[in-house]
Design a protein around this ligand. Structure first.
Ligand SMILES: [Zn+2]
Length: 401
């Protein structure tokens, strides 16, 4: 057995094996063929050889309320701060309803409904035209941040949005990571800045839940280097990194958010993306234990939950009344065969929640977009599925279903 056969025979080093194979085809000398050849990370797309069960879950077992979608979004942003009421519409309701019917989605909650005229137009097109299929949340108007009396006018704007039909308030990570004292310049405004207290209180009084996103994967707060588990993602989107500059740490953001939740016990918070710390369920659990007014959604984090299936399953068992189904879906039906993408996206969530399948992709993509790992299903009980799919959201949104 020569060295090349030895590499094949024992499978020593996958990359060495690939290089030896490439060498054979190119008919180069044996010496050269034995040298490991460089392979760019972006070209590396290993195919799993594991024979694992594949269960297709086309429809959720119970009707779904997706608490976290972005059917509309802001048209104009400067340095991460939205400055216009006008909305961009990613998909018409007539395009979404067939997908929703196929996937057993009762309702989609569009978090980024904006404010003023943009909010009203959104509510008219979706909520009011299609009964309970769509619900819209409002957002703060940061363009008015420098106006005198902003804290009070922002609270009044929430009251107006409520009268106009908004179901809750959405806070993007603009607050804490982009909004500055002069809106787009100066010092960053902290999440627990008291100027927002009247806004949080108004939500509590009106029983409008606050869906709050304040941070990002912990890897976004560390250098984009060879040790970063989300290197490819950050390399692709360098502006997603919050490492360095004057950005707060992930821990500082979470502490500031916790102070807001503690200071407003009558306001109900949906802390998005598994409490913005899906990599550390112990931390999320501690906060859920501390704050009865805190709930979480699972949007865009089944990659995290599914790589720790035993801890995730225990988390769902313990907090089964406070976890809401969400995906972060942003439908762009006009751009590409998004219908298929949305179908595949929902099916992965259902497979994760409903089966005990092993080692499957957490996203419909060739290379896992958030990091190179795969996930395992957690096979929730029927009772917990019902709560996560719709009961918990119905309670938070005060729907009778
Ligand atoms: Zn989102």
């Amino acid at each position: 057995m020569d060295r090349r056969q030895l590499l094949y025979g024992t499978g020593i080093g996958l990359l060495s094996g690939v290089a030896a194979h490439a060498g054979l085809e190119a008919n180069v000398t044996e010496d050269e063929a034995q040298k490991p050849q460089p392979l760019s990370l972006s070209d590396y797309q290993p195919t799993s050889m594991l024979h694992a069960r594949e269960t297709r879950v086309e429809r959720a077992r119970h009707p779904v309320i997706d608490i976290h979608t972005h059917i509309t979004s802001s048209v104009k942003g400067v340095n991460g701060v939205s400055l216009a009421a006008e909305r961009r519409f990613h998909a018409a309701p007539e395009e979404l309803i067939p997908v929703m019917d196929r996937k057993n989605i009762r309702s989609m909650v569009n978090l980024t409904g904006g404010y003023d005229s943009g909010l009203n137009e959104t509510i008219r097109k979706y909520d009011q035209s299609y009964g309970d299929r769509f619900y819209t949340f409002t957002e703060p108007c940061y363009a008015r941040f420098l106006e005198p009396g902003y804290p009070q006018t922002q609270a009044e704007a929430i009251e107006q949005a409520h009268r106009d039909g908004a179901r809750g308030l959405k806070i993007l990570k603009t607050l804490g990571l982009y909004l500055r004292e002069n809106i787009t310049s100066g010092k960053l405004v902290k999440i627990d800045d008291p100027r927002f207290d009247p806004m949080w209180d108004a939500c509590g009084q009106l029983k409008m839940p606050v869906a709050i996103h304040i941070s990002d994967p912990i890897a976004f707060f560390t250098p984009t280097d060879r040790f970063n588990e989300r290197y490819e993602e950050l390399n692709h989107h360098p502006d997603w990194s919050f490492y360095g500059h004057d950005f707060p740490t992930n821990a500082e953001l979470i502490e500031a958010r916790n102070r807001v939740i503690a200071r407003h016990p009558d306001t109900r918070f949906i802390v998005l993306h598994v409490g913005n710390f899906a990599e550390n369920l112990e931390n999320v659990s501690q906060n859920l234990d501390r704050f009865p007014n805190m709930n979480v959604d699972i949007a865009a984090r089944i990659g995290e939950l599914g790589r720790q299936p035993r801890a995730a399953r225990a988390f769902f068992d313990k907090y089964q009344d406070r976890i809401l189904f969400g995906t972060d879906a942003t439908p762009h039906v006009e751009n590409y065969p998004q219908q298929l993408f949305i179908d595949a996206l929902y099916e992965i969530y259902y497979r994760f929640l409903e089966t005990d399948d092993e080692y499957f992709d957490y996203a419909p993509a060739k290379v896992p977009p958030q990091g190179r790992w795969r996930i395992y299903g957690i096979n929730l009980s029927d009772e917990i599925l019902l709560k996560v799919y719709n009961r918990n959201a119905a309670r938070v949104l005060r729907l009778s279903i």
